[in-house]
Design a protein around this ligand. Structure first.
Ligand code: ADP
Ligand code: MG
Length: 321
């Protein structure tokens, strides 16, 4: 097995951006733009929990960073750099090269260079821990506690595909190669909405990324903001690939499906044109799906106006999910 230092040198050392100190010292150094705050977040990915051990390593490298960039997007922050912690059961050169490729390619696209980390051998499973740093002006941060009654509720992109891919791979939906081919990309190659989050700064009130499902994640905004929501089920943007599935499968995927990494955000009704313009600039479609109300709770209305009973919950690592 190559030494820890060989691995770091070969796969994880890249020239640091101008003005930064990257891999190789005790700490990385980066400047913070005047008047900005540092936005920072970490996500852990554990083999067998967050990904299958045999997943394409390039996709895994991409997703390890993507789920973190998604948090920067949901805060409206501009990426600065990231740290990578790896606990590796073994050091397979082809695997590491592909993982690093997927990671660095997404990092380069978002100006979020890998500037440090830690590498160790794991006695058991592969564990990946990424920490991102970004910058955001305090007045433009999209906080969960900022939703106000009367706000529109919006969601970016499309819902449902990642959940269906996950359930196909997990055997909960009978094998269907065509359906898997049409949904798998959403699960394994999520596109973090960093540009959209930044474009919404100063326009949107609250935002969150849909890592655990629409109902659960919107619930976090509602709780933090002490408000409720009315959702129009027919207005939810559904991935075309899952449109023909039985309604209970669709419903669970659309309302409860995690791993989506789209943004759910609220904005005053007076900002509809500004939201549409921000979405155009970011190149991401957005859909207006409901409204924030003073009364607590989430109400979902069917197309015929009926109240939906028993909303599907989201993912909880310590719950039944
Ligand atoms: P220390 O003992 O000071 O923690 P390490 O020997 O763990 O230093 O790491 C040496 C350098 O390599 C540090 O700059 C560290 O940030 C970097 N590094 C270690 N692992 C990784 C990794 N997986 N990705 C990027 N940088 C890493
Ligand atoms: Mg170390």
């Amino acid at each position: 097995m190559p030494s820890e230092f060989d691995l770091i040198a070969q796969y994880f050392t890249r020239p640091a951006p101008d003005g930064m100190l990257g891999v190789g010292d005790d700490c990385a150094l980066f400047p913070v733009p005047a008047g900005m705050q540092v936005a920072t977040s970490k996500d852990l990915l554990v083999s067998g929990r967050h990904f299958y051990p045999d997943v394409d390593p390039r996709a895994l490298g991409h997703k390890s960073l993507a789920v973190n960039l998604s948090d920067l997007g949901a805060m409206g922050a501009q990426p600065i750099g990231c740290l990578l912690g790896l606990a590796l059961p073994s050091a397979d050169a082809a695997w590491l090269a592909a993982f690093a490729d997927g990671f660095h390619a997404l990092a380069a696209r978002h100006g979020c260079a890998l500037i440090g980390g830690d590498t160790t051998r794991s006695p058991q499973d592969l564990v990946i821990s990424v920490t991102v740093f970004g910058a955001v002006a305090p007045t433009r941060a999209l906080r969960r506690d900022a939703a106000r009654p009367g706000d529109d509720i919006w969601v970016s992109g499309e819902l449902g595909a990642a959940d269906v891919a996950y359930r196909l791979l997990d055997g909960q939906i009978p094998p269907d190669a065509t359906l898997l081919a049409a949904t798998r990309r959403a699960l394994e190659w999520p596109e973090p909405r960093v540009a959209l989050g930044q474009a919404l700064g100063g326009i949107a009130h609250a935002a969150i990324d849909l890592s655990d499902g629409l109902v659960q994640d919107l619930g976090h905004i509602l709780k933090a903001s002490a408000v409720g929501a009315r959702i129009d089920y027919a207005a939810l943007p559904v991935a075309a690939a899952i449109a023909a599935l039985p309604e209970p499968v669709r419903r669970r995927a659309i309302l409860g499906g995690g791993d989506v990494y789209e943004l759910c955000f609220t904005a005053p009704a007076s900002a509809r044109d500004a939201v549409a313009d921000a979405a155009r600039r970011a190149g991401v479609p957005v859909s207006r799906i409901g409204a924030i109300v003073p009364e607590a709770g989430i109400e979902v209305r069917e197309a015929d106006g009926r109240l939906m009973e028993a909303l599907p919950g989201g993912f909880d690592h310590f719950g039944a999910g």
